[in-house]
Design a protein around this ligand. Structure first.
Ligand SMILES: [Mg+2]
Length: 362
């Protein structure tokens, strides 16, 4: 079995409604970077990653110019070996950043091929715990008016989500408190409610805010501070009343290792599209399991429904705002608060290329 084709492309995918958070401001589109890998047995796998609007061309270049020549001829079934080769090929200019996004997209494509070769959906191939995964709606709504925020929350619940996340990190803490209070009142006491800071605060601000928000029964406090501040996370975890979720800005296995072993995170939140792929996501999940922690996910819900369905320590799947619903043949099924992992071979995501073509930038 040999890889005979590696084709990558970049798209600027418009969002139906502009969204907003504390570090990226308003976002009207996201970049989608795809890679299709073919082998000499007629099998083709799809991998993809995304950015919040910058870096997509660098990721494409890493795939097309630096990884593709060496990937051609390699055995796509030896995923770990290919992964190590990619890691060391890009290591000096890598160890995270765009290199991890490029490696992730290719790793996802290789796992998709593994599923297609065996006829198994990824969730079964990776462990097969339970295809029904609890799902929450990840609102990207920091600068929505209170009315728009409430309207969105009602829509999420009507769509079948069993939990809701909202952004915090507005200029005044009193604004965050008022908005969280309004959403908690709207959803009632039994719907889990998460809040996401997108790294806006210092540890001091995070502790003050988490004490102010604790009365609203917050399920987790997400990315209170930058991922580079391990000591700050340990402090917030030890001194504050809320469990911490973080990981969407951690792009290596070692970053998760440092946080999990230090007791700095309650809900590790790796993203297969930027942590190094499905291979690394699964290692983070197992490491979390060994520390008696539940693992969650960030972004690309059509892929994470498989990884979370594979493991016994699955927390919530994030239904992410950068959805591909309009561009895939089988959007994620959500029923009564749960997402259902599909039984199609591989990850089962088929992009509608003709629809994407209008947004192609490379
Ligand atoms: Mg987040």
């Amino acid at each position: 079995m040999k890889i005979i084709g590696v084709d990558s492309a970049v798209y600027s995918v418009p969002l139906a409604v502009p969204v907003s958070d504390s570090t990226h401001g308003e976002m009207a589109f996201f970049e989608l970077i795809t890679v299709r890998i073919k082998d000499d047995q007629g099998c083709e796998g799809l991998g993809y990653t995304y950015t919040v609007g910058a870096g997509g061309l660098a990721i494409h270049c890493l795939i097309d110019r630096y990884l593709k020549p060496g990937l051609l001829g390699k055995d796509p079934g030896r995923v770990e070996e290919v992964w190590s080769w990619m890691w060391w090929k890009l290591h000096y200019a890598g160890r995270g950043g765009p290199a991890s996004f490029a490696i992730s997209a290719i790793d996802i494509a290789l796992w998709d091929m593994a599923g297609k070769r065996t006829g198994e959906p990824l969730w079964r191939l990776l462990g097969g715990n339970n295809p029904r995964v609890k799902v929450y709606a990840g609102g990207i709504d920091l600068y929505f008016s209170l009315d728009a925020l409430k309207e969105q929350t009602r829509r999420f619940l009507a769509q079948g989500y069993g939990a809701v996340k909202m952004k915090v990190g507005r200029p005044k803490l009193s604004e965050d408190v008022a908005r969280v209070a309004a959403v908690r009142e709207l959803v009632g006491p039994d719907i889990p409610l998460m809040v996401d800071v997108n790294m806006r605060w210092t540890a001091e601000q995070a502790l003050r805010a988490s004490r102010a928000l604790a009365e609203f029964d917050i399920f987790w406090l997400e990315e209170p501070i930058i991922p580079d501040d391990l000591a700050g996370h340990i402090r917030i975890a030890k001194e504050g009343p809320l469990p911490i979720a973080t990981g969407e800005n951690m792009h290596t296995f070692y970053e998760f290792q440092n946080f999990i072993t230090a007791g700095a995170v309650s809900f590790p939140e790796p993203d297969v599209s930027n942590c190094g792929g499905i291979s690394v996501w699964m290692k983070v999940a197992r490491l979390a399991e060994a520390h008696n922690l539940m693992v969650t996910s960030h972004g690309v819900h059509d892929l994470h429904v498989h990884t979370l369905a594979a493991v016994p320590n699955a927390s919530y799947l994030e239904g992410h705002g950068f959805g591909l619903e309009k561009y895939i043949t089988h959007p994620l099924r959500i029923e009564k608060g749960e997402a259902i992992a599909p039984d199609r071979p591989g990850h089962g995501v088929d992009l509608i290329w003709e629809k994407l073509e209008a947004h192609r930038t490379k």
